[in-house]
Write a protein that binds this ligand. Sequence first.
Ligand SMILES: [Fe+2]
Length: 170
Amino acid sequence: MNRRTILGAALLLPLDGLAQTCGVITPRQTEGPFFTPNSPKRIAMVEAASKAARLVVTGQVLSASCKPVPNALLDFWHSDEKGEYDNKGFRYRGHQFADGEGRYRLETIVPAEYPGRARHIHVKVQAPGKAILTTQLYFPGDRRDSLYRPELEVKRLKGEETRFDFVVEA
Ligand SMILES: [Fe+2]
């Protein structure tokens, strides 16, 4: 190896390293006992009669190399304003597909705490044809429990608007 080759390698390696460590795969969490398959396709899950505080979560689904994942599947479910899940129907359950830039938008309510758990939103995210990533989202400043992970906190933007970007196998 001559001097020029060595210099070249030294310059290239850090750049490659950066590209590969761009995104850390979102931590996985248990799906818990209340997942129901075949949720309706919708971005707005708010029940018209609900007086609960509204919540909007927006963000992007990205690959580990930080490329948007077009048409990623997102399936959300959470408890209602009393901390209860609808296990017979589909209240506060819904799936959607990210747009061509991997962007999604969920319109819902702030779920209530229920005994033993920090407030959370369950979600399954899947790049087309890839493995499903199951996890939960949390709210900054909330009471924590043993599952709570700061990396899974939504970022508060303005008012009811929050943001969370998912990084998945793609
Ligand atoms: Fe839950």
